[in-house]
Design a protein around this ligand. Sequence first.
Ligand code: GDP
Ligand code: MG
Length: 445
Amino acid sequence: MLENIRDAVRKFLTGSTPYERAVDEFIKDLQKALISSDVNVKLVFSLTAKIKERLSKEKPPSVLERKEWFISIVYDELSKLFGGDKEPNVNPNKLPYVIMLVGVQGSGKTTTAGKLAYFYKKRGYKVGLVAADVYRPAAYEQLTQLGNQIGVPVYGEPNNPNAVEIAKRGVDIFVKSKVDIIIVDTAGRHGYGEENKLLEEMKEMYEVLKPDDVILVIDASIGQKAYDLASRFHQASPIGSIIITKMDGTAKGGGALSAVAATGATIKFIGTGEKIDELEVFNPKRYVSRILGMGDIEAILEKVKGLEEYERIQKKMGDVIEGKGKLTLKDVYAQMVALRKMGPLSKVLQHIPGLGVMLPNPSEEQLKLGEEKIRRWMAALNSMTYKELENPNIIDKSRMRRIAEGAGLEIDEVRELLEWYNNMNKLLKMVKRRRGDIEKLFGGK
Ligand code: GDP
Ligand code: MG
């Protein structure tokens, strides 16, 4: 079960097992957890092979402990498994766009139909809902109520027992009236035994409607059953997308990976509550954080993010040295935010080459002062407008006064920040002439 991964992360980070053995144990735990959640075995082994490869080829950055670094790699590779860096594309690639929602009884199809309608309406699309669940009493009323709430028309035939007929007519009518996105809500199915009749109906509906997307709606807490269930649905009508509901009620969601594995579909949204606006575009990284145990890995991820930002600015400094561009106060700000994320300044400074620009060989005392200064300068930067950050030259005396007041600082402190900023740009330009200094700046590369 995916939930076991969280325990493994905790055990790994807090246990006293020596690093190498702890890594081996963790990888075994990870494989076990993924395989028992019915994730394809090949996929699991290629994932762990990739993790091991990175362990042997890469070096931990100075701001991370070895164990933290390892977890950040696991996080990275798991995120890729769930769709990588990017959020999925949820915009229709053609209009009109017909979506058919399928899933077991109670998984949240009808609620999600309303949420989707609201989501797309807000994005400027003309949306229509079709009530094609003829089994659940009051299914039509439930959808109509949602439609009324958000001002989206609902098509239904409460007395017609033929779901395929209703769906077909509903879609045709909406297409004629130039609706952009048509969402068809269907009946709950269990995917087993006597429910085969419902799967047949679904298949027929799929063939008649030829929807642009079939979305499987699954409850986050479904667990092990997900693989089997998703496969059955997938056989009846090819699943293109997945929505995981009730993510607010559980931090589990293990079934999602299995459903992805069974269908090859993309997770597009997650439901995070009963209300109409509680739908989020799926974010693989956030999801993986939940699987790994947000509390345990948040700090590590912050450091990694800080490091990435820090490296970006460092690269920009390199460009300035090469005579390209200029460091703006926005960059300075980003740099300071990045530093904060990486940990206490006293710890970070010692590890990071290049910071000598700010404080060469800092003593404890200087570090404290530096920390306090960064805090005060950040307050000043926070009080600046976007324009001022982009182009500090425009900051005259009256702007300085305003900034100082906004930040609760003396005007001299703001002036000092600006001077420091100007000096830094000058210094970077000088480095080009005195190349030897680059070694000092970048820690002897
Ligand atoms: P259907 O049978 O698949 O159409 O499921 P419904 O849409 O009727 O939803 C079943 C129950 O789940 C209802 O009580 C919903 O309010 C609830 N529900 C749906 N989505 C979510 C969600 O994301 N979070 C929570 N907490 N409840 C949800
Ligand atoms: Mg329903």
